[in-house]
Write a protein that binds this ligand. Structure first.
Ligand code: IPE
Ligand code: IPE
Ligand code: MG
Length: 259
């Protein structure tokens, strides 16, 4: 139906995704801020600022489409290796974004949580995270999880530690450790498995993002730089996802039989 279609960037039409078969959990590696800034002759931090604006557009569109869980990679465990001034600017931006977006998130029914090792953040940032989580804790329309100082390997290690802390006897009964148990101790247990993982910026790698949760994710790589990513870009990725056949180890025939 024409009224349900949108014009793509280069003139191609992007359909409105079907309501049926929406990915429940979409995770995004928001890459390309630095290259975007360089292309515009601006400092890298300006790319990060524009990247923060793209987060708003992507979140609003995910909410409109009815995606249940949106998880965004904002700062990896490895990003501490960047120049000190860039890390400082990112932390400052993170604090500003948390403080300025809190009310709008709550108004739109979006529950915002931060996943990652927050012990390395300043006290001020840790407090702002807690305040934002508290201010949106009653929201239930969509879960927005921002991964900051997050690494997939860190997540698995912290899950093992958390399980042992909760049940020290597990160490004497290793056979009782299973995927379900570890899954409960991951940093974002509410979101479950990733259905669609998007990476902007043209690289085809996972960079230590949700390693456990992405075991069967459909991987969508786009050359678009993160600050250029729009609601329409998200729709394009979701429509692409809806064209995939998810077999989970079965044959194509088995999948068709099951409907
Ligand atoms: C992603 O953009 C943002 C963070 C990793 C914090 P980059 O800053 O990695 O942008 P490029 O890859 O240098 O273009
Ligand atoms: C991945 O981007 C991390 C985030 C988007 C936050 P990077 O730009 O840090 O990834 P690599 O190091 O190039 O793989
Ligand atoms: Mg990068």
């Amino acid at each position: 139906m024409d009224g349900q279609r949108f014009l793509g960037k280069k003139g191609e039409r992007v359909s409105e995704p079907e309501n049926r078969g929406l990915p429940s959990h979409v995770a995004v590696i928001m890459d390309g801020n630095g290259r975007w800034a360089k292309r515009c002759g601006l400092p890298r931090v300006e790319g990060h600022r524009r990247g923060a604006a793209a987060v708003d557009a992507c979140t609003a569109e995910a909410r409109r489409l009815g995606i249940r869980h949106l998880t965004l990679f904002a700062f990896s465990s490895e990003n501490w290796h960047r120049p000190e001034d860039e890390v400082g600017a990112l932390m400052k931006l993170f604090l500003t974004v948390l403080r300025t977006k809190r009310d709008r998130m709550a108004k739109n029914g979006i529950r915002l949580r931060i996943a990652g090792d927050r012990t390395r953040f300043s006290r001020e940032l840790q407090d702002a995270i807690l305040e934002t989580e508290e201010a949106t804790s009653h929201c239930s329309a969509m879960d927005l999880t921002v991964c900051a100082n997050y690494g997939g390997r860190w997540d698995i290690v912290q899950a093992v530690r958390s399980a042992l802390r909760e049940e020290p006897l597990l160490a004497r009964h290793p056979e009782s450790v299973d995927e379900e148990l570890l899954g409960r101790h991951l940093a974002l247990p509410w979101a479950g498995n990733v259905d669609l993982m998007i990476r902007t910026g043209g690289e085809s790698r996972i960079s230590n993002f949700l390693l456990w949760q992405s075991a069967y994710a459909e991987l969508y790589f786009t050359p678009e730089l993160w600050p250029d990513f729009t609601g329409e870009s998200l729709r394009r990725a979701v429509v692409w996802f809806q064209g995939r056949e998810r077999r989970f180890g079965r044959t194509s025939e088995q999948v068709s039989e099951r409907g």
